[in-house]
Design a binder for this molecule. Structure first.
Ligand code: ZN
Length: 250
């Protein structure tokens, strides 16, 4: 089976369309690690597009806040302003859809992979550093765990001999267009990056292709029309900081 793995779409329809176009023909099924809404200008449209793709979806922290499961007290100011705007912009049926989304970890029926938003233990934990990635890999009961939340495309691995390595996402191994060959007995933690608001210095929409039969994951980027999204954000008065960071990828 070939999967398109996406995360952190953040109401950015142009970026999502660009990913679907770039990945066309390369996948059979879509998997989403959460944060469909928040930050961007088109939450309902992005939800419609994702639902139409038949994706398997888990929720993220922005999805919880936007449908009222949580308050956004611990969000940064600009993120909170965007949550308030998103809450008001969502139609009742879209809000209800977010409300019913399951949390991770969500395991595949064949036990080959799982989806989490933050980490295995906590959907809100940011997996930035090697130690927490290592601890999560030791806990993983399936070969491949896909995660999101940090908006940084990367892949790390733990061998059967307990050796930890960064496969993609550090200076020596930039993730762009990287093929990760999945070896037997090795566990992987892979972040496809953010579709709608990358923060790893590359403003292009990020995604991954996972081929469970050929045993590889490809980390990819797709160009999209950033000024068009920024114009839509200005029109609905989303915070300027969020508008500018799209072009920076940071
Ligand atoms: Zn996010």
């Amino acid at each position: 089976m070939r999967y398109l793995i996406i995360s952190d779409l953040h109401s950015n329809l142009e970026a999502l369309e660009a990913v679907f176009a770039a990945a066309a023909g390369a996948f059979d099924k879509v998997l989403c690690c959460g944060d469909i809404v928040g930050y961007g200008p088109e939450p309902n449209e992005v939800l419609d597009r994702l639902i139409a793709s038949g994706a398997t979806i888990i929720r993220g922290n922005h999805d919880r806040a936007a449908c009222g499961i949580d308050d956004a007290d611990w969000f940064t100011n600009s993120a909170r302003d965007a949550v308030i705007w998103t809450k008001a912009a969502l139609t009742p049926s879209h809000r209800d859809f977010l409300f019913r989304l399951p949390p991770g970890p969500k395991r595949s029926p064949d036990g080959e992979f799982q989806l989490v938003h933050g980490s295995l233990m906590d959907e809100d934990e940011y997996l930035f550093d090697a130690l927490s990635a290592y601890e999560n890999l030791r806990l993983a009961s399936v070969p491949v765990t896909f995660f999101g939340h940090t908006h940084m495309q990367c892949a790390v691995a733990l061998s059967a001999q307990d050796e930890f390595s960064v496969v993609a996402g550090d200076e020596e191994n930039p993730p762009d267009n990287m093929w990760v060959h999945l070896e037997k007995g090795v566990r992987y933690l892979i972040n496809p990056g953010s579709v709608g608001q990358p923060r790893d210095g590359d403003p292009r929409a990020a995604y991954a292709i996972y081929d469970s039969r050929a045993n590889f994951v490809k980390l990819k980027r797709a160009e999209y029309d950033i000024p068009s999204v920024q114009a839509k954000m200005r029109r609905v008065r989303l915070p300027e900081f969020l508008i500018e960071r799209l072009a920076l990828g940071g």
